[in-house]
Design a protein around this ligand. Structure first.
Ligand SMILES: [Mg+2]
Length: 154
């Protein structure tokens, strides 16, 4: 039976390979946004999933009440729409798919209630999250396998 506990999953650096999007931007545009690459219009739709992340997300969704919790740059309005496009493209568009209407974009992740937040950074409220912050990409949780083990489904 599905665990009723809530798990939040970040996008960039957890489900999404941010650098793969940057690499698809023409160098002249990259130069124009040097140091502010996250403000390049359209870029967030061009990113690849992190290997294994989509399967892991499905598995977590089968076992927990699972939501995506991401932040989009304030100075890049297209990133907000690119993120829902990405989720629809890679996780699914219809009601039967695990991320259907389960995408929250916030700069204040600490305001959301839940048991776990899988996030590669402490920013945007992750550090203040009231549940357990599973700090993705650290020595303790270097990859999805280690996260799945923590959640008891690895
Ligand atoms: Mg992130």
């Amino acid at each position: 039976m599905k665990n009723q506990e809530i798990v939040y999953v970040d996008m960039d650096g957890v489900l999404v390979d941010f650098e793969s999007g940057v690499s698809r931007i023409p160098s002249a545009v990259r130069a124009q946004y040097l140091g502010n690459e996250d403000e390049i219009p359209g870029m967030f739709a061009l990113m690849d999933p992190i290997p294994g992340a989509l399967d892991a997300f499905r598995l977590v969704s089968e076992n927990y009440e699972t939501h995506i919790l991401s932040t989009a740059p304030w100075n890049n309005p297209s990133a907000w729409t690119d993120k829902v496009s990405w989720v629809r493209r890679y996780i699914g568009e219809t009601e039967e798919t695990p991320a259907y209407k389960r995408l929250t974009i916030s700069h204040n992740k600490n305001l959301l209630r839940g048991s776990y937040l899988i996030d590669d950074r402490k920013k945007n409220g992750a550090e203040l999250f009231a549940g357990e912050h599973i700090h993705f990409g650290t020595e303790l949780y270097p990859d999805w396998d280690s996260v799945l083990r923590r959640l008891g489904i690895g």
